[in-house]
Design a protein around this ligand. Structure first.
Ligand SMILES: Cc1ncc(COP(=O)(O)O)c(C=O)c1O
Length: 375
């Protein structure tokens, strides 16, 4: 197939698909001039509640703010503990540390990259107040046991849904979008996400009216009425221009996920006889959104070798994440070595994410697999 470049994502191509509609939407914002809290933001919040079937959605500045605002809304006390997977993007844990909460790490499962629910109960102490599942790489964590444990121990659930917006899971016999079974969920509209804007963006979701009110107050400097501040808040808003763009992009989200699922199937077929790599598995009941297509290599050396060969061939790949959170310098103090986090450590050494853009062609996937199968 020659020396074509295959990028992890092709945001230029994604833009070309919706260029006219986006230009029109953004032009509308220039014309009314309400760059902050304009009508497109309200419309986007409404569209998101309809899409997710959540009762309330509060757009905000980015996915990290969304997590911080969610935990501020829970009114926890300094030193309260939150159970969180050790294999995630650091933002998940960063906001806990910033709020003087204590992250308590549990491991993830090798097959699905999501939190290992069998470790949760042993991690619960008198100070545990919440569980923070992350729907990593685009598929839902196993929520049913999390919901049960949360009920047993009276814990809150905040779902970090930055990577799986648009995915779903059958919970209690009902198909639910990820990020709708806990008390609060958060997402990110960072440009590379399933629903990506043209800059930063995020949102918080809940079905609880009083939490929703508190969340929107916190995101707006703690005020309900202008210049009357009842609680301490932050300034975290989704720009009107981003909302206008995201309203357009939301319409294409399901189709984009459908196309990525087909590409994932093609990868799985082409790599199935390669005994040195393991393709990502879809848990029963899950509709994976393939935010990433992440393979697991037989060793760290083999992973590095594949990555070098892909690079030589003009193919992008990424290691999400090379260091598990408990081994990051900033978060080591929260690491309890008595807890077995071997899968998080193993995955950091062996995972490799391959290009998965909705506009990738079958030939491009073949080319990527051809290179991997030759290593
Ligand atoms: C799992 C997870 N949580 C939180 C975030 C933070 O989102 P943002 O970059 O919009 O702040 C990200 C972004 O990469 C993420 O992947």
């Amino acid at each position: 197939m020659g020396r074509t470049r295959v990028n992890m994502l092709d945001l230029k191509k994604q833009h070309a698909e919706v260029e006219q509609e986006i230009n029109q939407a953004v032009q509308g914002v220039y014309e009314h001039g309400a760059f902050i809290n304009g009508p497109e933001v309200k419309e986007f919040a409404k569209n998101l509640t309809a899409y997710t079937q959540s009762s309330f959605c509060i757009p905000c500045g980015n996915g990290t703010d969304a997590l911080q605002i969610a935990f501020m809304a829970l009114e926890l006390e300094a030193g309260d503990e939150v159970i969180v997977p050790a294999f995630t993007y650091p933002a998940t844990v960063e906001i806990l540390a910033l709020l003087n909460l204590k992250p308590v790490f549990v491991d993830v499962e090798r097959d699905y990259f999501n939190l290992d629910v069998s470790q949760i109960e042993a991690a619960v102490t008198k100070k545990t107040k919440a569980i923070l599942p992350v729907h990593l790489f685009g598929q839902s964590a196993w929520m049913e046991p999390v919901l049960e444990l949360a009920q047993t121990y009276n814990l809150k659930i905040v779902e970090d849904n930055a990577q799986a917006f648009g995915a779903s899971r059958v919970v209690g016999g009902v198909v639910q979008k990820t990020g709708t079974s806990g008390h609060i969920s958060t997402t990110s509209f960072f440009p590379t996400k399933n629903l990506g804007g043209y800059g930063d963006g995020g949102a918080v979701f809940t079905n609880d009216a009083s939490l929703a009110q508190r969340i929107s107050r916190i995101a707006n400097h703690g005020q309900n009425k202008k210049y009357y501040h009842e609680i301490i808040g932050v300034n975290s808003r989704l720009d009107t221009i981003q909302a206008a763009i995201l309203n357009v992009k939301l319409k294409g989200l399901d189709s984009a996920i459908g196309r990525k699922r087909k590409l994932a199937e093609a990868y799985k077929k082409l790599l199935k006889n390669n005994s040195q790599v393991v393709c990502p598995e879809e848990m029963d009941g899950n509709y994976h959104s393939y935010h990433q297509f992440t393979i697991c290599c037989e060793s760290n050396a083999f992973r590095n070798n594949i990555q070098a060969k892909l690079k030589e061939s003009g193919i992008g790949s990424m290691v999400y994440y090379p260091v598990p959170i408990h081994q990051q310098v900033a978060y080591r103090e929260f690491w309890n070595p008595a807890v077995d986090l071997k899968n998080s450590e193993y995955l950091s050494e062996t995972v490799l994410s391959l290009p998965i853009d909705p506009n990738l062609t079958a030939e491009e996937v073949e080319y990527v697999c051809e290179i991997i199968n030759l290593v």
